[in-house]
Design a protein around this ligand. Structure first.
Ligand code: HEM
Length: 422
């Protein structure tokens, strides 16, 4: 297929990066649970391909897809992908100037998207003031997260603040930017999946107020290493997430509880968001004990964070791709309106295949990571229950992702001429 640099290319390329990252993640997870951990470089490659090449590129694709005239954007596409590649090569070779250059290129890639964001804010059902606050925090987080990521390796901040710099880098990008952008996009996209209205714009306004506020308080708690600030910050975020989930579920029930693969993925994702934030609060509460009430190692950290990374972020984005890809692919590949309808219907049929198995595989796989972390409180790493659940979890996640990837390939080889004759 010819690359058009339209939103479709961003979404497909984003998924390719996510897939690569998840394969690396599976290797990391199995390495951890078999007592043969991979090095820091491997971890960095996983994190950066997932978040930058994958999640950020899909977010850029979603913003571009909201345009009335979806024109080709080769510079943004090249900047995002070269920036990601530069970042990965820089990480692999420990080449700090290359990493910093890549961060600047990535920041530049988002600059032309500011007008798309302003358009999203103007059309937001939540109204301009609260949307400017919400997306303002998201944008400041993107810039601050990339700058903190540049400042740490280049030693632009005093040595004693490196730990805080790293915390700032990770939290600004994952929670401040990615989490807020996905929640913001879902307030518009989820009702659109169902051809319905958002249940309550007022609840949406509360979510748009509380989630960023909670995040700012939480960040202050991390930077000052004060658990009594982190916990209220987490609680504010939890209230925001609960209101968001309620609003999304009620939007679905108001629409007559339709069974659509895209909305199923997003509904499940809201559940994981609430669980992940609740677990985050428990992690802080655990640290109140000296020593902590329960031992907490890197496997526990991975299990808790991936309730958000896989359970919320990945499922929400797969939901968005499930809804948008058939439409965008039909639009790009069939110039005639007459052929577009049947072709889009054929593609929607393909992406809807095995959707229940895919949903369960991804969901149970994510839960298995959490169960493994809980099991190691009882058993040593090489015990059979730990190995069995870790193996089953990896298999489930690989199955869910493999199914999605197979359907994308089937969509790409589906002939528009054949579909329009059916
Ligand atoms: C099949 C899916 C995935 C698996 C099995 C997986 C596994 C892992 C593992 C084992 C680690 C810890 C590595 C270490 O400490 O040595 C890790 C870290 C990380 N992963 Fe993933 N991952 C997956 C998907 C994702 C996705 C989709 C994202 C982003 C949306 C993501 C973001 C991160 C981040 C930011 C870290 C570093 C912080 C942390 O340890 O939590 N991962 N992953």
């Amino acid at each position: 297929m010819k690359l058009s640099y339209r939103p479709l290319s961003f979404l497909l390329m984003g998924f390719v990066w996510v897939l690569i990252a998840c394969l690396l993640g599976l290797a990391l997870f199995l390495g951890m649970t078999t007592g043969r951990p991979y090095g820091q470089v491997f971890r960095s490659l996983h994190v950066h391909s997932a978040l930058i090449g994958g999640v950020m590129q899909i977010i850029a694709g979603l913003l571009l897809a909201g345009r009335e005239h979806r024109k080709s954007e080769p510079l943004i596409f090249i900047a995002l992908n070269l920036g990601t590649l530069g970042m990965l090569i820089g990480q692999a070779h420990g080449h700090f100037p290359l990493m910093s250059l890549a961060a600047i290129v990535l920041l530049g890639a988002f600059f032309p998207l500011r007008e798309d964001l302003v358009r999203q804010i103007r059309h937001s059902a939540m109204g301009a003031p609260v949307s400017y606050w919400f997306y303002g925090i998201a944008m400041v987080s993107l810039a601050g997260g990339l700058l903190a990521g540049t400042a740490v390796p280049l030693r632009l901040m005093p040595y004693e603040y490196i730990g805080q710099g790293r915390l700032l880098h990770i939290h600004l990008l994952t929670q401040g930017f990615v989490l807020l952008m996905i929640v913001g996009a879902m307030h518009a996209q989820f009702p659109a999946f169902l051809n319905a209205r958002l249940h309550s714009p007022m609840l949406g306004q509360l979510t748009f107020t509380l989630l960023p506020l909670g995040f700012v308080v939480l960040l202050a708690g991390f930077l000052t290493a004060t658990l009594w600030v982190q916990i209220p910050g987490g609680a504010l975020m939890l209230i925001g997430a609960l209101l968001y989930s309620y609003n999304i579920v009620r939007t679905w029930t108001d629409a007559g509880r339709p069974r659509k693969p895209a909305s199923d993925l997003c509904l499940l994702a809201t559940f994981y968001l609430v669980v992940a934030i609740a677990c985050g609060i428990l992690v802080s509460v655990n640290m109140l004990g000296d020593p902590p009430f329960m031992p907490f190692g890197s496997l526990h950290l991975t299990a808790y964070t991936h309730l958000a990374f896989i359970g919320f972020m990945l499922l929400s984005l797969l939901g968005a791709l499930t809804d948008l890809l058939p439409r965008l692919m039909a639009e790009e590949r069939t110039p005639s309106n007459k052929k577009r309808g049947p072709y889009e219907a054929a593609l929607t049929g393909i992406i809807g295949r095995w959707s229940l198995i895919q949903l369960w595989a991804l969901s149970v796989g994510t839960m298995c990571i959490a169960v493994v972390a809980a099991l190691v409180w009882q058993y040593p790493l090489n015990a059979t229950p730990v190995k069995a659940v870790a193996g089953a979890g990896a298999l489930m996640l690989a199955t869910g992702l493999g199914l999605f990837a197979t359907k994308l390939v089937q969509m790409l080889i589906e002939d528009p001429e054949r579909a329009s004759k059916l």
